[in-house]
Design a protein around this ligand. Structure first.
Ligand code: AMP
Length: 425
C-alpha cells in the first residue's frame, strides 16, 4: 500500500511548536557555553564520500555494516548521509593541515541512521558534538567531560550519570582480543547470532550486546583493561584522578566499549534514567583516525538532542511553559481604511519589539476578537473611520474587558513598554 505523501519517512519527524521552543533553548544555551571553552562552530555537509565514514568508524561496526544511507551519485561514486559528526569534522581538519592543530570545533545538526525506529531511536536525529584535536593527554579528555557536565547542567539536567572506561592503545588490541576470546570461547553456543559473528570480526562488540543471554556471558568475562599495557592503564588512572580533582562523579565501567572503532584510551557515556531502554544521552571519547596517511588525534562527544529534550522535559517539567513566545497585541479594524492603517501600525509595533497580529481579511468585529482570544492576546487595539479621523485608538484589556480611547501615539508607547504583557499603567 502506498504511504500518503503527507507523512514523513518512518523514523523521521517534523519538529514544531511547542517542543521546538525547547530545542531552540537548548541550542542557544549550548551556543553561549561552548565559546567559553574555546569552541567555534563548524557546519559540514550532510553528505560525504562513503570512505570518510567507513575508514574512520571501522568496517565491522554496526553503523557501517547495517545503518548507513549509502547510494551512488550520477557519476557512480558512493556517497553516504552522515551517520555521525566526527568523521566529517576530521575530513575538514585533515584538509587544513597544520592550521587545524589544536582546533576546537563544535557542530549541531541532523544525522541519519537506517535503524529500526523505536522510542528514542530515530532514522534522522540531531546531535550536538565537539571535537578537540591534539595528542593524547588525560587533561584534555577531562576538560571535555567537564564541559559536557557543565552543558547538561546549563540545560537544567541533574539526574544523569557518567560512566567511563578505556579502550587502550591500538597496540593493546591483539592481547585484549586474545584474552577476551579465550574467556568467551567456551560460551560461544550461548551467544546470539550477531555475537557469534562479532566473536570473529570484532570481539569488543560482544561487551555491549543488549541480549540477556549474551549479558550473562559478558558478566563472566575478565576486565579487558587487565590485558592492556601499563601506559593504557596509567592513562585511565590519571583521567580518574583528574576527574576527582574537579569533583566530577564518574563510575568506571569495564564493560563500556562504545559502538565505533576509532576510539583509543578514554571512552564515556552519559545516561539518564528517564529515557527508558535507549538511555544514552551522549557518548564520547578519545579517537585516532587515519583518513589518508596522517593519523588524527582528538577527543570529543556527541549528545543526542531528541533524548536531551526528553530528559529536560522530565527534569524541568515547567521549562517549556516558561519559553512560550510573548502574547501578541491584536489589531482590530472596522472598515477597509482602518485595515490598511493597521498594516502600517503592526509594522511599527513589531519594529519596536512588540509581538502583534491582525486580521488581514474583511471580518466582523466579533470574529476579530475571537481570533485575538484564540492566540491568547492580552490587548486589542480597535480602530474605525472615526478613530482614524481623530488620530486615536481604543485600547482594550482582553483579560478584564475594560477599554480606553487614547491618542494613537500613547497607545504605541504603552504597548511598546509592556511588549504585549498583561498590564499597563
Ligand atoms: P553514538 O555516536 O551512537 O553513541 O550516539 C551519540 C548519541 O546520539 C547517543 O547517546 C544518543 O543520544 C544519540 N543517538 C544515537 N543514535 C540515535 C538514534 N538513532 N536516534 C536518536 N538519538 C540517537
Amino acid at each position: 500500500m502506498d504511504t500518503p505523501l503527507f507523512q514523513p519517512i518512518p523514523g523521521m519527524v517534523d519538529l514544531t511548536a511547542p517542543e521546538v521552543l525547547l530545542w531552540q533553548h537548548l541550542e542557544e544555551q549550548a551556543r553561549q557555553l561552548l565559546p567559553l571553552y574555546g569552541f567555534s562552530e563548524i557546519r559540514t555537509p550532510a553528505l560525504e564520500y562513503t570512505p570518510v565514514f567507513t575508514r574512520s568508524l571501522g568496517e565491522t561496526t554496526d553503523v557501517v555494516q547495517k545503518e548507513m544511507y549509502t547510494f551512488a551519485d550520477r557519476g557512480g561514486r558512493s556517497l553516504t548521509l552522515r551517520p555521525e559528526g566526527t568523521a566529517g569534522v576530521i575530513r575538514y581538519a585533515a584538509g587544513q593541515g597544520a592550521a587545524a592543530e589544536g582546533a576546537r570545533l563544535y557542530y549541531l545538526g541532523p544525522m541519519f541512521r537506517c535503524e529500526r525506529p523505536q522510542a528514542g531511536r530515530k532514522r534522522q536525529f540531531h546531535q550536538l558534538g565537539v571535537e578537540s584535536f591534539g595528542e593524547p593527554n588525560p587533561a584534555a579528555d577531562v576538560e571535555v567531560i567537564a564541559l559536557q557536565q557543565h552543558l547538561f547542567q546549563s540545560w537544567g539536567l541533574h539526574a544523569f550519570t557518567i560512566d567511563i572506561n578505556t579502550r587502550g592503545l591500538p597496540e593493546d588490541r591483539p592481547a585484549v582480543t586474545a584474552g577476551l576470546a579465550a574467556a568467551a570461547r567456551p560460551h560461544l553456543d550461548a551467544l546470539c547470532a550477531d555475537c557469534r559473528r562479532r566473536f570473529d570480526t570484532n570481539i569488543f562488540r560482544l561487551l555491549d550486546c543488549k541480549q540477556a543471554a549474551c549479558r550473562q556471558v559478558v558478566d563472566t568475562l575478565p576486565d579487558p583493561a587487565s590485558f592492556m599495557s601499563a601506559p593504557s592503564r596509567v592513562y585511565l588512572a590519571e583521567v580518574v584522578r583528574l576527574l576527582q580533582g574537579l569533583n566530577l562523579p564518574v563510575r568506571v565501567n569495564p564493560r563500556l566499549v562504545r559502538g565505533l572503532d576509532y576510539y583509543i584510551h578514554t571512552v564515556w557515556e552519559i545516561r539518564h534514567p528517564a529515557l527508558g531502554a535507549q538511555d544514552a544521552l551522549s557518548g564520547g571519547g578519545r579517537y585516532r583516525v587515519t583518513l589518508d596517511t596522517k593519523p588524527f588525534d582528538g577527543v570529543g562527544f556527541a549528545a543526542g538532542l531528541e533524548r536531551a529534550v526528553m530528559a529536560v522535559q522530565h527534569d524541568q517539567p515547567d521549562r517549556l511553559a516558561a519559553l512560550q513566545p510573548p502574547r501578541p497585541v491584536w489589531l482590530v479594524a472596522l472598515g477597509p481604511a482602518a485595515r490598511e492603517a493597521n498594516l502600517r501600525l503592526a509594522q511599527e509595533l513589531r519594529q519596536g519589539g512588540c509581538a502583534c497580529g491582525l486580521d488581514l481579511g474583511d471580518r466582523s468585529l466579533k470574529a476579530q476578537l475571537r481570533a485575538a482570544n484564540r492566540v491568547g492576546a492580552a490587548w486589542a487595539v480597535l480602530r474605525g473611520d472615526r478613530e482614524l479621523a481623530a488620530g486615536t485608538a481604543t485600547l482594550k484589556n482582553l483579560q478584564d474587558g475594560t477599554q480606553v480611547e487614547l491618542p494613537l501615539a500613547d497607545v504605541v508607547t504603552k504597548l511598546n513598554a509592556v511588549k504585549g504583557r498583561g498590564t499597563t499603567s
